[in-house]
Write a protein that binds this ligand. Sequence first.
Ligand code: ZN
Length: 296
Amino acid sequence: MLIGGIEAGGTKFVCSIGNGPDDLHAEVRFPTTTPAETLGKAIAYFHERVVKYGPLAAIGVASFGPVDPDSDSPSYGFITSTPKPGWANTNIVGALRAEFDVPIGFDTDVNGAALAEGKWGAAQGLDTFIYLTIGTGIGGGAMVNGRLLHGLIHPEMGHIRLSHNWESDPYPGNCPYHGDCLEGMAAGPAIEKRWGEKGQDLDPDHPAWELEAGYLAQALQSFICVLSPQRIIMGGGVMEVPGLMEKIQKKTLIYLNNYVQHPSISDHIDETIVRPALGNRAGVLGAIALGIQALD
Ligand code: ZN
């Protein structure tokens, strides 16, 4: 059974076919340009693969957002209000449906990654967990009681408010909507603007990382209190900085201050706040997992 997957990112699209981490092939990636050109390339990719490998059973799309994941809504399958030029109100699922008569799964990139980590990665066997990505933006997906969390639309974990000490950190934040929300303070572009250097060029001992860990730990403290996740998976380029994960684990414990009583927090924080097991393949595997889910 062949599943098609599209990781629809704001800077690149990754298309693949397969069934899971051990069966994923013919991966291609191309830059995200206009919707017509980019979706045209994805559609052409699947048509070519169908000729070579046989028909697809389903297609999954794990998309940058905001998106409409509500299958009862008239704008289901759309990227909705994105500030990315040309992409607001883009009907991704509709474009695929016009070409392929198969079930199509559609969700946020981070919900897709959460689904994949639950199926094949760092959250196997768990039913309530979070997948966060800390990169050019900050996003979070959640599995709650075995189902991907939606609600009105979908969670926007990157845009929660933080406690901001303006004396020790006068940087005002760069979220166009909220200024100093989590993404505005802790995503890659915020690090670069605050310190005048890209995060990847800052020494792992630079004070930037204590500050970064503090903001991320504030967010984790909130997420732990709100959703009681059994695990929090943290991916994205910023998390590759040596020592950052350990700083986050430590500060999260400090902020929780023994209030949430569970051995996973008090004794095993390093097994509760973890890296993705699927690494940078979580995105495209998320798309494949959404395709598999669409068959149910
Ligand atoms: Zn924001």
